[in-house]
Write a protein that binds this ligand. Structure first.
Ligand code: GLU
Length: 589
């Protein structure tokens, strides 16, 4: 395994590994080093060396050192994983504003140390009541171009993150709510160093960020993109956090903040949306049934609809269960044929059946039924790539005949994994969808473009699409916050950003850890090979597998795959892995 890591590092692929060591100066406008607080230097060194962070009592892994620092402070003071999540999320919304924040949504999986129960909370954005199935179509019924739909008010769903933070805290928090925002408020007022990743993304997106005045003023001050290392202050965000700290989430849903959100969406020049104050007022976090599927000695628990994450990860693993991946190993093209085609089969089902189960019946049980998966798994018996893949026919509670949906989803997003000293574990994937969401900025935070996770087409060949837009509906997600358990005890907490590739990143990491015996950092770092719809996307570090995969009939494309996996393993000790492809760290004590 060390050989694989060495190749990866030689090829210089995941530059973030070196950024984490404070050493790298990427080319161009993102140039500059990531600032690492002193407390986290050892974590950064471990990550750069491909070793996991190690701790005894608690651990947090998240996408930015400042967020890890804030969460760690809360955990050190005896707070729960939920308390730490609130503090970390508040900081992420400041230092990684392109990925998640108060204007977005999230899914949270919780293992309760006292009861041993898994609970999942859905803080997904909802479509406005005025939304129609043709929201993302032009006057002739043709789907809009992705960015035409994204930039502006049309794509904005009711944010769920503020309500989710409050709901989770009410259930599982111990720390005083108002104190959890102190670090983020201080950083917003005193300023923080713009990270290389943020600077690079601002430069790349400058044209779109410039379309709206408040967004332009913040990200392109004086007309020039922010530079890495520059100190950035966000007093508007500090003020918003004070409101949240003192008054809870109500002002976001029924007060002044809600009014500003609705006004910004409806007034977005060139592409207004129809989100209203009523939409915000009726928003509610939903508790969903966790989706748990067996894999090897473990129970893999994740998020059910409206996310496809839990079901699709569970299907991939279920399809692979009859195969001895451990014997094949990570260097075997045959292992990747099995993984790739299992993933394609699961994605075919996902495309047809998965959507918001409050609006359409979703056959979750049928899709994960061992008999169904055994039958589908027989399709993997040959030696070559499957020439064609179609959805199966899982057992339904209702008779259904959906058309296949196609949903675009571009990667941004963030994942937080936390284990506290009270025996709780938390896995939360949090997003504003595309990098910088709708590009609309209100009171110091960006509004999401989550509604573009709906299918733009409402029908396919005359059949309705399950993930079509509808008033009050939640768009299908791929986010897969996951907790693996053994004998009802959590053993691995993980998740990633990455659009619909999230599912492949999470499944790979589980296989690397459970079948190939890698430690949590090795499993996260292992190069990605992801197959959703036929083409095999592989990281250049795995290029040696390309000829064999091509020989099996796959089209192979080498490309950067910027996952942002954060994982904590709970063994004798706690060990944490942070994705070398991004700026995050794992830290514990
Ligand atoms: N909006 C996507 C989803 O919910 C996540 C986007 C990403 O990971 O970048 O599936």
């Amino acid at each position: 395994m060390r050989a694989i890591l060495a190749t990866l590092v030689c090829l210089g692929l995941p530059v973030a590994a070196q950024q984490a060591a404070d050493t790298v100066a990427p080319e161009g406008p993102g140039a500059g080093a990531l600032h690492i607080p002193k407390m986290l230097r050892a974590s950064a060194e471990a990550k750069a060396a491909g070793r996991p962070a190690v701790a005894g009592d608690w651990m947090i892994a998240a996408a930015h050192p400042r967020a890890v620092e804030a969460g760690a402070g809360v955990l050190r003071a005896g707070g729960t994983a939920t308390d730490a999540m609130v503090a970390a999320q508040a900081v992420l919304g400041l230092v990684e504003p392109q990925s998640s924040g108060l204007g977005g949504g999230a899914f949270l999986v919780w293992h309760d140390g006292d009861t041993g129960e898994i609970t999942t909370l859905d803080g997904r954005e909802t479509a406005p009541l005025a939304a129609t199935p043709t929201l993302f179509q032009d006057a002739n019924g043709k789907p809009l171009d992705f960015f035409e739909a994204v930039v502006g008010g049309r794509s904005v769903g009711v944010p769920g993150t503020p309500a989710l933070m409050a709901e989770a805290h009410e259930r599982w928090g111990r720390a005083d709510w108002s104190g959890l925002f102190d670090d983020a408020i201080r950083l917003a007022e005193e300023g923080f160093a713009v990270s290389p990743r943020l600077a690079g993304l601002v430069a790349r997106d400058a044209g779109r960020l410039a379309r709206f005045e408040s967004t332009r003023a913040y990200f392109l001050p004086g007309g020039a993109p922010l530079r890495a290392g520059e100190t950035l202050r966000n007093p508007a965000y500090a003020e918003t956090l004070r409101i949240l700290a003192q008054q809870g989430p109500e002002p976001f849903y029924t007060g002044d903040v809600a009014a500003d959100i609705a006004a910004s969406v409806q007034g977005a020049a060139g592409n207004p949306g129809r989100l209203s104050e009523t939409d915000l007022a009726i928003y509610a976090v939903r508790e969903r049934d966790p989706v748990c599927a067996p894999y090897r000695r473990y129970e893999v628990c994740g998020m059910g609809p409206p996310s496809s994450g839990g079901v699709t990860v569970g299907q991939i693993l279920g399809l692979l269960a009859p195969h001895d991946l451990a014997a094949l190993g990570p260097d075997s093209a045959e292992a990747w044929r099995l993984i790739g085609d299992a993933s394609r089969l699961a994605f075919a089902d996902r495309g047809r059946y998965l959507a918001d189960s409050d609006f359409v019946p979703v056959p979750v049980r049928g899709l994960l039924d061992p008999g169904y998966l055994r039958g589908r798994s027989r399709l993997l018996r040959g030696d070559d790539a499957l020439p064609e893949v179609a959805p199966g026919t899982p057992e339904f509670d209702h008779a259904l005949g959906w058309g296949d949906g196609e949903t675009l989803s571009q990667p941004s997003t963030s994942h937080i994994s936390i284990v506290d000293a009270h025996g709780n574990a938390l896995s939360m994937t949090t997003t504003i969808e595309n990098a910088f969401g709708s590009r609309l900025m209100v009171r110091g935070f960006l509004l999401n473009n989550e509604l573009t996770d709906f299918s733009f087409a409402s029908h396919q060949d005359g059949r309705a699409v399950a993930n079509a837009v509808a008033p009050g509906k939640r768009p299908r997600s791929s986010m897969a916050p996951t907790i693996l358990r053994r004998d009802r005890q959590p053993v691995l907490v993980l998740g990633s950003p990455g659009g619909s590739r999230i599912i492949g990143y999470v499944a790979k990491t589980i296989i690397a850890w459970a079948d190939w015996g890698m430690d949590v950092q090795e499993a996260v770092t292992l190069p990605h090979l992801v197959n959703r719809f036929g083409r095999y996307d592989i990281e250049p570090a795995a290029a040696r597998l390309a000829p064999a995969l091509e020989g099996m009939g796959y089209e192979v494309e080498a490309r950067a795959l910027t996952s942002g996996l954060h994982a904590v393993e709970i063994g004798e000790r706690l060990t944490g892995g942070a994705d070398p492809r991004r700026e995050g760290l794992a830290y514990g004590e």
